[in-house]
Design a binder for this molecule. Structure first.
Ligand code: SF4
Length: 212
C-alpha cells in the first residue's frame, strides 16, 4: 500500500491511509484496479504518523506541495486520528488540506466528529452520488460490520442510516469549512437525476457541485 502519490498535478499530493469503506459503490475504481497513477493503493498496514511523514518526505516534504488530499482506496475518515495528528505538519509549508469523503464520518465514529474534522481539513469534496435514498442504496450499497466500527457494543446501522448520514453531514459543513463541494458520478445517473442532485445539494446549503 502506497501512502502518498501524485496524479496529474505534481504539487498536489494524495494521501492513502486506509482500505476500509462503508460503501461498495458499483462504479468504484478500487474494484477494477490495484491503484492509480502507478501507485499500488490496496494493502497493509495502515500508516501511523511516522510512516505517513516518511512517505511525504520521499516526495519532497510538506513544503513542496500546495495541496494535500486525503483520498485513496477507502474512506479516509476511518483514520480521523491520523488526520488530526498530521494536520499541523502537513500545513507547515503553507499547503491546504482537502478531504474526499463519502460523508459517513459521524456514523462511523458514533458521534459528531465535524468539529475536529474542521480543525484537520480546510476543504471538503463529499460524494452525494444520488438524488434519493433508493438510488443511493442501489448505487453505493452501504454497510459496515460491527468489528470495523470504532468503540465497542455498537449495533450495525440500517442501510438507510448511511443516506441520512450523508445529508446530515453535508448540511452542517458549509459553516465549518473554507470550501465544500458535493459530487456525483455522471455515468451512473440520468441527466434528470443529476439535476435533482444539484438541487438537493443547494437545498442543503452546498453551492459547489461537480459531475465526475
Ligand atoms: S465511497 Fe469511495 S472508496 Fe468507498 S466504495 Fe464508494 S467510491 Fe469506492
Amino acid at each position: 500500500m502506497q501512502y502518498a502519490y501524485t496524479y496529474g498535478d505534481s504539487r498536489r499530493l494524495y494521501l492513502n491511509v486506509t482500505n476500509k469503506c462503508t460503501n461498495q459503490c458499483l462504479f468504484c475504481v478500487r474494484f477494477r484496479a490495484e491503484g492509480l497513477g502507478g501507485a499500488i493503493l490496496w494493502g497493509d498496514p495502515e500508516p501511523d504518523l511516522r510512516a505517513l511523514q516518511a512517505a511525504v518526505e520521499t516526495r519532497g516534504g510538506p513544503g513542496h506541495f500546495r495541496e494535500f488530499i486525503w483520498c485513496g482506496f477507502g474512506e479516509p475518515t476511518f483514520r480521523l486520528d491520523l488526520m488530526g495528528e498530521a494536520a499541523p505538519w502537513l500545513r507547515s509549508g503553507g499547503a491546504k488540506i482537502r478531504l474526499d469523503t463519502n460523508g459517513h464520518a459521524c456514523l462511523i465514529h458514533g458521534r459528531d466528529v465535524l468539529p475536529e474534522l474542521s480543525q484537520a481539513v480546510d476543504e471538503l469534496s463529499v460524494s452525494l452520488n444520488a438524488p434519493n435514498c433508493r438510488k443511493y442504496l442501489k448505487l453505493c450499497q452501504p454497510g459496515i460490520d460491527s468489528a470495523s466500527m470504532p468503540g465497542s457494543g455498537r449495533r450495525r446501522p440500517a442501510p438507510e442510516r448511511f443516506w441520512e448520514a450523508v445529508l446530515d453531514f453535508l448540511s452542517r459543513t458549509p459553516s465549518l469549512f473554507l470550501g465544500v463541494q458535493a459530487s456525483v458520478v455522471g455515468f451512473a445517473l440520468t441527466d434528470e437525476e443529476i439535476e435533482e442532485c444539484r438541487a438537493l445539494a443547494l437545498y442543503l446549503g452546498v453551492k459547489q457541485f461537480r459531475v465526475r
